[in-house]
Ligand binder design. Structure first.
Ligand code: ADP
Ligand code: MG
Length: 604
């Protein structure tokens, strides 16, 4: 083929690929335009994950009718004149590419009315070719509607993920902008359902309560800038919230950073946040954070990336230090005040029953909670080894567990229940000594194996119908719940969407009959949202088992204790709970004899 200059429309489609990667990129560009126009209220609607329709309405200053068509030309912008302007750019846009790119790969309609004009104008463009421009009556502001995204770039369309993934990207994006601009009222609805709304009060805390929910927000610490270490450094302001030690996640993905009102991705700054928690969080756990960083525009280069997702700082070290010091101060403050200190490693105690929140914490592999009292026992009793009891291997026999139940091999010797201590531990006696059994851990193990076997066998879980319970979740939680409805149905939850972020619960697993459905669901949603590697199904079963198990502090009848021990004796892994924490401490006859300074009786 001879060399020739590409037709404008083709060039625009190619360039569009850089700016418009997926529906959420369209939402981003249009929100940024609305913000640049000084909007105080921005409404986002999307259908079919944004592929069929995206509509963004703002109450900004609008575009003069005479310029409306020009806004769609490539490199047409009102925000930049000479290249020097780039050095102190105060708007989110400046490349003049977004509208041209979006219009090149969709059917775009814009209705806009400038605040100094009496009528509006409608511009309609399909696949980059201008179709119609006509005057219309409209309120001041701009409405951009993008339909059939990527209709003329099938390759791009094919690479999109499922609609629910695209929906999630849109929700993430809108909630992030709502956090960065607390003074702007954002509203998001998808598939015709209102999903999220911020008040525009100007207070980041208000937005976070909407986005994260009150319970999670309560575990966030306020972060604000500390005085700079050197006066010659540029003034850098850091404001936001970062999680208390009790709240953490398996990836860095929950650290959200904004620089001068832009959502940015920056490995180094993310590391500055992680760094502030050094030695305070277990290996492989990361904080949540939302930080708004502000610095003079001339100290940031925003023109290094087509979607402006990355920025360059004139003095990167100063920004790193400012972020790290601000977060560190908040975290240090928390650790210092006893009321704010919620150490997730210490659970239970003789007079402190394990609360739902504590017991739900997922410990990383290899870590185990320090249970007060256990160390004490270790000291007093000398050696014990819960993992390797000589009595566990021999004597494995198969006796029926009860009428109608299949025989399961015995994995523990027959134990005789002696009693309960501290409303927390059971004492049992076996042929090889004494067993101290954690009632919560042991029960969780028993339930876990039952549920797991039922799932494998495809047996239905026993459900308890509940009447007319509606529960309301924060937007991200609601979205997570929606993706997990099938998995939860398999566990006995009958839940249906009820508009917005409200759900109606029709049935819960009988196992959770004593739990408050909303609270139980919240815990399971956290599991859906977490990014642990263990498959979701497995994690949900673990959580349900944990929630359904006897609590520490619960006084058990003798029958209940006996039944628990009998079931435990036939568990596949009776010695650890679903999270791999020990369920029991075995003290052999020899250990006891040694502790009492007794010589061993010869056995017959
Ligand atoms: P950029 O934002 O980089 O200038 P865009 O292609 O996104 O480029 O927009 C082109 C121009 O159209 C903007 O410079 C602005 O003047 C105008 N514009 C776009 N969207 C809006 C809006 N929602 N309100 C007012 N003006 C807008
Ligand atoms: Mg723009």
């Amino acid at each position: 083929m001879p060399i020739r200059v590409l037709p404008e429309v083709v060039a625009a489609q190619i360039a569009a690929g850089e700016v418009v990667e997926r529906p959420a990129s369209v939402v981003k560009e249009l929100i940024e335009n609305a913000l640049d126009a000084g909007a105080t209220s921005i409404t986002v609607e999307a259908d079919h994950g944004g592929i069929r329709l995206i509509r963004i309405s703002d109450d900004g200053h609008g575009i003069p009718a005479a310029e409306a068509e020009l806004a769609f030309a490539r490199h047409a912008t009102s925000k930049l004149n000479v290249v020097e302007d780039l050095n102190h750019i105060r708007t989110l846009g400046f490349r003049g590419e977004a509208l041209a790119s979006i219009a090149a790969v969709s059917r775009t309609t814009m209705i806009t009315r400038h605040r100094d004009e009496t009528a509006g104008v409608e511009v309609q463009i399909e696949g980059g070719a201008a179709r119609t421009v006509r005057p219309v009556g409209a309120p001041v502001g701009t409405v951009v509607t993008v339909e059939n995204l990527f209709f003329n770039t099938p390759a791009r369309l094919k690479f999109l993920k499922s609609e629910s993934t695209e929906r999630k990207h849109i929700t993430d994006l809108v909630t992030r902008y709502a956090m960065a601009y607390p003074a702007v009222r954002f509203r998001l609805s998808q598939e015709g359902r209102a999903q999220f709304q911020s008040t525009g009060s100007g207070d980041l805390a208000d937005v976070l309560v909407e986005v994260l929910g009150l319970d999670t927000f309560r575990e966030m610490l306020e972060v604000s800038s500390q005085a700079p270490s050197r006066p010659d450094l540029p003034p850098i302001e850091v404001y936001g919230f970062s999680s208390a030690l009790s709240l953490n996640r398996a990836t860095r993905g929950h650290i959200v950073l904004f620089v001068n009102g832009r959502v940015i991705s920056d490995q180094t700054l993310t590391y500055a946040v992680v760094q502030a928690y050094r030695d305070l969080l277990p290996q492989g756990r990361y904080p949540l954070a939302i930080l708004l960083i502000t610095l003079p525009p001339e100290d940031v280069d925003v023109n290094v990336h087509p979607t402006k997702a990355e920025v360059r700082f004139r003095v990167p070290d100063a920004v790193f230090a400012a972020v790290q010091r601000a977060v560190r101060a908040a975290v240090a403050n928390q650790s210092a005040s006893p009321s704010g200190h919620r150490d997730s490693y210490v659970t239970g105690g003789w007079d402190a029953p394990i609360s739902g929140a504590d017991s739900s914490y997922t410990l990383p592999q290899g870590r185990r909670p320090v249970v007060p009292g256990e160390d004490q026992l270790r000291l007093e009793l000398g050696t014990f080894d819960p993992g390797h009891s000589p009595s566990s291997a021999p004597g494995v026999s198969a006796i029926p567990a009860g009428p109608g139940q299949p025989a399961r091999p015995r994995t523990l010797p027959i134990l005789r229940v002696v009693g309960q201590v501290g409303a927390m531990y059971l004492i049992a006696e076996g042929p090889a000594g004494v067993y101290l059994i954690d009632q919560h851990a042991a029960h969780a193990r028993v339930i876990y194996e039952q549920l797991r076997d039922q799932q494998v066998a495809g047996e239905p879980v026993e459900t308890l119908p509940v009447q007319g319970i509606t529960v309301d979740f924060p937007v991200l939680a609601a979205q997570a719940l929606e993706t997990a409805l099938d998995a939860l149905a398999g566990l006995g939850f009958e839940i249906e969407p009820f508009g917005g972020s409200t759900f109606r619960v029709r049935a819960i697993p009988v196992l959770l009959a004593d739990e408050e459905p909303g609270a139980a669901l919240s815990e399971l949603i956290q599991e859906v949202q977490s990014d642990e590697e263990t498959p979701l199904g497995e994690r949900l079963i673990r959580r349900v088992s944990q929630a359904a198990a006897y609590k520490a502090g619960q006084v058990l009848s003798f029958d209940a204790m006996q039944s628990l021990i009998q079931q435990l004796e036939r568990c596949e892994s009776p010695r650890v709970d679903p999270y791999d924490h020990p369920t029991m401490i075995h003290i052999s006859g020899e250990d006891l004899a040694r502790q009492f300074g007794r010589r061993q009786e010869p056995r017959s």
